[in-house]
Design a protein around this ligand. Structure first.
Ligand code: COA
Ligand code: AMP
Length: 637
């Protein structure tokens, strides 16, 4: 089938407002919009202003009323406990109504924030949808973050209530969540009034009298009472959620997502980009703590009337490299969305793909990869072993849905390995030099998106319009800066090469080296430090720290390095995967005092590098090279 992509993209370009108004017909609105796009509102304009709607209504109630009440909405599959549980649309709605009743009884109303700090259990999705039902704003915090990170988010969002669980399950350990939550509440300046805690059977926790509420007991009471909670109408432009993501400092950015535009965009992508039909089974193997989990575990599949799979486990080790195929076969998954790192892990343990042949994958049509650069070797391996198209696509927490893709639903374009595809409707991608001029086709530059951004993208940062302008809009006037560097080829395929800021991508997790440096600098023996991302065969990148000790420190450097590693785990969390720090005599700097992190990274990655003209003392790089070699990290002879 010839792809309709070019025709559809041209249609969007001709009249973006008509295009998105048409797409919006797939959503139920309580009242229609005054303007499809109001260029005068917000920082750069707002979509569907004047309209009212409710995201939970569109995700659940409309399907229950429209004939999907008995269709499975959500399957929970834990490869760690072996448990499987499914909820029909009607059952999921009942769970959501009951939890919404609990939240409302404890003071949560429209516009209030609720932090959701949960492992990968169905109650996490229920909590998100219960907030949406009430018009409350959820902010999900990934379970791999430490108490201090949670406290930072609590203080920024100032939630009325937190929904959490007693524990998460990692393959090698039970992670007690409650002590982390209690510590975060100790640390923060704006503690929530209540915490609703789901007790998992693997580890129960104590509840604080007067503050903590037992999830299961409270929900059971509301079910017994038959409490009804209608979907609260909210403005299309009201926030559905705030999701914190790494910025260039230790203060994460609160990415705001609205209700109306978000629904329109996600629903559109399911058909046209992912090629999935209502009623089919879609699986995003991510975590609800990340944007992929928000968009493609919870909201998009439910808005589209699909069955979504929520998976607790890892691609390898729970119990083996065949787990993904087992899940696909057990639940009839038609499309899987995951990060390339998962496939590198599987390929590493099962290079011949022998596990694949043991399962019935006849329903499986497409593999989608995103979250980090997909190396062509991994893509080719997956294509050959699975015999289905492997589609790389590129986006960010800020956009909430793909910027570039190969739109399966519109008809596949030829796959170009190394490229996450072409611009999707809504996105006018330009590659700019540092002065903001467009560079010729085929030239590396700053990837920028011409304003306005399409429906579903962040309208601003939580209570921080100015930070939003400064972070994204100020450098290239008229454009949104993606902070990715890339190349557009003559056919419009984008190649995303690297971040232009200090964000690194570790196993598809977005992390700030600046935030890690703040932790290193807080160690009493550390005078100066730098953290860079170095190439890692499994995780894509791994953080590597360098410390310069205070003059006169006579302690064992190995002990100090171990303390620094522990400090990052305690302050940021295990997800930082910060395992290595090297003590050096001094940092390489320019004459004006800027640390030459990019050169350090090239040396560590064994890439060609040039001596920076502005370097203060070239001998420092030799010193670093020697330390890297001594630890088996630097260049081989
Ligand atoms: N709660 C608590 N701790 C968590 C956690 C959570 N939700 N998620 C991860 N962690 C911990 C892990 O236990 C690990 O701790 P450790 O240092 O004690 O081993 C650490 O954080 C790093 O976790 P992870 O990045 O998952 O690495 P891993 O070595 O356990 O597994 C992969 C490696 C490749 C198998 C794994 O990263 C993976 O499955 N990636 C898939 C990609 C993905 O889901 N990306 C999300 C964006 S789409
Ligand atoms: P996050 O906000 O966590 O989704 O991370 C977004 C960042 O991940 C992007 O800015 C890119 O740097 C990187 N990224 C995501 N998808 C891809 C992809 N398909 N190819 C290359 N980089 C990607």
């Amino acid at each position: 089938m010839a792809s309709r992509y070019h025709e559809v993209y041209a249609e969007w370009k001709r009249d973006p407002e008509a295009f998105w108004a048409e797409a919006a017909n797939a959503i139920d609105w309580f009242t229609p919009w005054d303007k499809v796009f109001d260029a005068e509102a917000g920082v750069y304009g707002r979509w569907f202003s004047g309209a009212t709607c409710n995201t939970c209504h569109n995700a659940l109630d409309r399907h229950v009323a429209g004939g999907r009440a008995d269709q499975i909405a959500l399957i929970h599959d834990s490869a760690i406990t072996g448990a499987k549980q499914s909820f029909t649309y009607a059952e999921l709605q009942r769970e959501v109504v009951a939890l919404a009743a609990v939240l409302a009884r404890n003071g949560v109303t429209k516009g209030d924030r609720v932090i959701v700090y949960m492992p990968m259990i169905p109650q996490a999705a229920v909590a998100m949808l219960a907030c949406a039902r009430l018009g409350a704003i959820h902010s999900v915090v990934f379970g791999g973050f430490a108490a201090r990170e949670l406290a930072t988010r609590i203080d920024d969002a100032r939630p009325r209530l937190v929904v959490s669980a007693s524990c998460g399950l990692e393959p090698n350990r039970v992670v007690a969540y409650k002590p982390l939550l209690d510590e975060a509440i100790e640390l923060c300046a704006h503690p929530p009034q209540h915490c609703v805690i789901f007790q998992r059977e693997q580890l129960a926790c104590d509840l604080v009298p007067g503050r903590d509420i037992d999830y299961a007991e409270a929900v059971a009471r509301e079910k017994d009472d038959g409490t009804e909670v209608p979907c609260v109408p909210v403005a299309a432009t009201d926030p559905l959620y705030v999701l914190y993501t790494s910025g260039t400092t230790g203060q994460p950015k609160g990415v705001v997502r609205d209700n109306g535009g978000h629904m329109v965009m996600l629903k559109w992508t399911m058909d046209n980009e992912f090629g999935v039909k209502p009623g089919e089974v879609f699986w995003a193997a991510s975590d609800v703590g990340w944007v992929v989990g928000h968009s493609y575990i919870v909201y998009a599949p439910l808005l589209h009337g699909c069955t979504t799979v929520m998976f607790e486990g890892k691609p390898v080790g729970t119990p083996d490299a065949g787990t993904y195929w087992r899940v696909i076969a057990d639940h009839g998954v038609v499309a899987l969305f995951t990060a390339p790192t998962a496939f590198r892990a599987i390929k590493g343990q099962d290079p011949k793909g022998e596990f694949i042949g043991r399962y019935d994958l006849s329903a499986f049509r497409t593999l989608f990869l995103a979250g980090e650069r997909a190396d062509p070797e991994t893509i080719k391996w997956a294509e050959q072993r699975l015999g289905v198209p492997v589609i790389d696509h590129w986006w960010q927490t800020e956009t909430g849905a793909p910027i570039t893709h190969n739109p399966v639903g519109l008809g596949l374009l030829p796959v170009r390995h190394g490229s996450p595809g072409v611009a999707m409707p809504g996105y006018d991608i330009r590659v700019l030099d540092d002065a903001g001029h467009e560079v010729p086709t085929g030239t590396l530059g700053n990837v920028a998106l011409k304003l306005p951004l399409p429906p579903g993208c962040l309208p601003t940062l939580w209570e921080a319009d100015e930070r939003f302008r400064q972070s994204y809009l100020a450098e290239f006037p008229g454009y949104y800066k993606t902070a990715d560097a890339g190349i557009l080829d003559e056919d419009g395929y984008l190649f995303v090469m690297a971040r232009t800021d200090d964000i690194i991508n570790v196993a598809g997790h977005r992390l700030s080296t600046g935030a890690m440096e703040e932790v290193l600098a807080a160690h009493p023996d550390v005078a100066e430090c730098a953290v860079i991302g170095v190439a890692d065969a499994l995780k894509g990148q791994a953080p590597l720290g360098f410390v310069v000790l205070n003059a006169g420190v006579a302690r064992d450097t190995a002990a100090i390095e171990q303390e620094v590693v522990t400090l990052v785990r305690e302050k940021i969390g295990p997800v930082a995967a910060f395992k290595t720090v090297l003590t050096i005599k001094r940092l390489p700097k320019t004459r004006s005092g800027k640390v030459l992190r990019a050169t350090m990274q090239k040396i560590a990655d064994r890439q060609d590098w040039k001596m920076p003209a502005t370097i203060d003392d070239p001998a420092v790089l030799d010193e670093i090279d020697a330390v890297l070699k001594a630890r088996g990290i630097g260049r081989a002879e």
